[in-house]
Design a protein around this ligand. Structure first.
Ligand code: SAM
Length: 284
């Protein structure tokens, strides 16, 4: 992928995440509550800690961490989406927690000095450009104090693909066959990014070791997650497919929505396999 294409794709990702901020806050934050608390347990977040939450989105893990670190601690959440950060700041203000701040920042180039945090956490918050993950991991290690804790969780490769497959089938049936120039450009970028992602290093223990982490371990746990079918449809569309949807004639849009919601209904409550990666910055 050329650097200019990578930059254009990054810009699209920010737009897409901006669009889903409201629905993330409304449905996904509640659905992921048990996963989030498990992440904080595994990262051993405790009173007095300073914690960085990367890819904080609307700030839910950062807010939960701030409750644990108390008034002697400090939590910073970062994200590249201005709307996510805005929502996170609003939620923080409502929570009354004073040790919490949010910044617009790329997790692959952190604006913090070395050894700033006792823990770095990431709840499904890796760079969405997978080719940036090795650089991001080096950054996350750099800002940890020696001995500092790192914990990331994300959907495991061993997950149930039926949900995505069913959505894709419905989409393929209704998709526009003769796209205009805007949609053609977005499709090109998506296809280039998908190819690049296939070549990017996978989340594995040695990826963390290469980035300089020590005591690396990983495990997978299964969580039951409930999200209404109509609430699953919106991010599936807004995140990357809005151009496709808007290019459909109105009658096709309506049929597509109805069929997609029907196809997603059996998966409103489903089991999600979550992979946890845990490590420390070496003490020397
Ligand atoms: C699945 S959401 C994270 C959910 C959130 N951690 C929570 O617990 O609710 C992924 C987030 O990562 C952000 N993101 C993607 N790439 C990023 C990057 N390179 N740096 C910082 N944030 C990034 C997106 O804007 C999005 O808000």
């Amino acid at each position: 992928m050329r650097p200019s294409d990578k930059e254009a794709y990054r810009t699209l990702l920010v737009e897409w995440n901006d669009r889903v901020a409201w629905i993330w806050a409304r449905y996904y934050v509640a659905a992921a509550a048990r996963i989030r608390e498990r992440l904080l347990d595994v990262a051993e977040v405790k009173p007095g800690d300073s914690v960085l939450d990367v890819g904080t989105a609307t700030g839910s893990a950062a807010i939960a961490a701030a409750r644990r670190v108390g008034e002697t601690g400090r939590v910073v959440g970062i994200d590249t989406s201005p709307k996510m950060v805005k929502k996170a700041r609003e939620s923080a203000a409502e929570s009354g927690l004073i040790t919490l701040e949010f910044h617009l920042m790329d997790s692959a180039s952190l604006e913090f000095v070395d050894s700033s945090f006792d823990a770095v956490i990431s709840c499904f918050g890796q760079p969405e450009t997978p080719w940036d993950v090795p650089t991001a991991l080096q950054e996350w290690r750099r800002v940890l104090v020696p001995g500092g804790r790192f914990c990331h969780c994300g959907e495991a490769d061993s997950g149930d693909e039926r949900f995505a497959e069913r959505f894709q089938q419905v989409f393929e049936k209704h998709k526009v066959r003769n796209p205009g120039p805007g949609l053609t450009a977005t499709r090109r970028l998506r296809s280039l990014a998908a190819k690049e992602a296939k070549q990017a290093p996978r989340w594995e223990a040695n990826l963390l070791e290469t980035a300089g982490f020590a005591a690396v371990r990983h495990f997978t746990e299964t969580f039951e997650v409930t999200i209404p079918a109509s609430a699953s449809l919106e991010p599936s569309l807004m995140w990357g497919m809005l151009d496709e949807y808007l290019a459909m004639p109105p009658r096709v849009q309506e049929r597509f929505r109805q069929e997609a919601i029907k196809a997603m209904r059996p998966f409103e409550t489903r089991e999600v396999n979550v992979a946890f990666f845990v490590a420390r910055r070496a003490t020397s």
